[in-house]
Design a protein around this ligand. Structure first.
Ligand SMILES: [Zn+2]
Length: 60
């Protein structure tokens, strides 16, 4: 049947799926998207383990 879920993936596939999910998470945040204020592409910086999203034009 078609009962394939994340729980039954082998470790390698699971790891890949998680990485992929992380990718999507990344994209769903603001990275690579235009700033809502000026339209400039938002950048991401990692500081102290936290991801910082900021617009190089607005500096915010
Ligand atoms: Zn901006």
């Amino acid at each position: 049947g078609q009962m394939m879920t994340m729980h039954y993936l082998d470790p390698e596939a699971y790891r890949r799926a998680m990485a992929h999910r992380d990718d999507r998470h990344w994209v769903y945040h603001r990275a690579g998207l235009p700033c809502r204020v000026c339209g400039t592409t938002v950048l991401v910086e990692e500081a102290a383990g936290r991801k910082l999203y900021w617009c190089p034009k607005c500096q915010a």
